[in-house]
Design a protein around this ligand. Structure first.
Ligand code: ADP
Ligand code: NI
Length: 215
């Protein structure tokens, strides 16, 4: 029988191999940051470290943005967990998390466990602060969007449909999503960290606009 540490180490290698060429903002280092952050939160919130670590490592493997076939991806995760002998009870907890946080169907779903809350918070924390800013600009550049376009109205009440069809920019994404995330944190520990990252983003934009206008 493998122990939990060995299962985690093997899973890290397995995930790393699959995300090696990922360019949509969910590369291996995103997974690694989310996992590290989730462990910090899990310690503070007394969540199960094995379940949190495994779910964090696997949370984007079956994401609908990354793969064509969710069912196939879920099966491959199942085969992987079987192969390293993760128990059916543990697998159920891990699947519950990755399905409720990374799927379209799971969006808005109430999270049942503290472990799920912690992983979702860690994933959301990675979208804000200095890293979140860098990811937004990287994403925009890759999609051919401007870093900023002052001719686009900033509307924080845009629907997802309008937003998908309309023009946007990296700076607009702050209003569309990033500034909303701090109020969506589940745990007190994540709220505290989100508050700091939120302030940093506000300061960043103030400076950005100052330089944009010419000082
Ligand atoms: P998630 O991690 O929630 O699955 P996404 O796949 O939507 O997030 O986004 C990956 C990264 O790209 C995040 O940091 C997100 O803020 C950023 N991003 C997503 N959509 C946009 C956009 N329209 N403009 C700029 N950045 C974006
Ligand atoms: Ni993620």
């Amino acid at each position: 029988m493998m122990n939990h540490t060995e299962m985690i180490n093997k899973t890290e290698i397995w995930v790393k191999e699959q995300l090696f060429d990922e360019k949509s903002g969910h590369d291996w280092y995103h997974i690694k940051r989310v996992t590290n952050q989730a462990i910090v939160l899990a310690n503070k919130e007394q969540a199960d470290l094995f379940i949190v670590t495994m779910a964090s490592l696997l949370h984007d493997i079956a994401d609908d943005k990354l793969i064509e076939n969710e069912e196939k991806a879920l099966n491959s995760i199942k085969e992987w967990l079987d192969s390293i002998q993760v128990t059916p009870e543990e697998q159920a907890l891990i699947f519950d998390i990755i399905q409720s946080i990374s799927f379209k169907a799971g969006n808005g779903q109430l999270l049942r466990t503290i472990e799920a809350k912690v992983v979702q918070d860690a994933d959301r924390l990675d979208a804000i602060g200095a890293i979140g800013i860098a990811r937004a600009f990287t994403y925009s550049g890759q999609k051919g969007q401007a870093m900023y376009d002052p001719t686009i109205a900033v509307r924080d009440n845009m629907t997802l449909e309008e937003y998908r069809n309309g023009k946007s920019s990296a700076v607009h994404h702050f209003y569309e999503k990033l500034f909303k995330l701090k109020d969506l944190m589940n745990t007190e520990s994540a709220k505290e960290e989100a508050e700091k990252r939120h302030l940093f983003m506000e300061e960043f934009l103030e400076q950005f606009y100052r330089e944009w206008e010419g000082v």
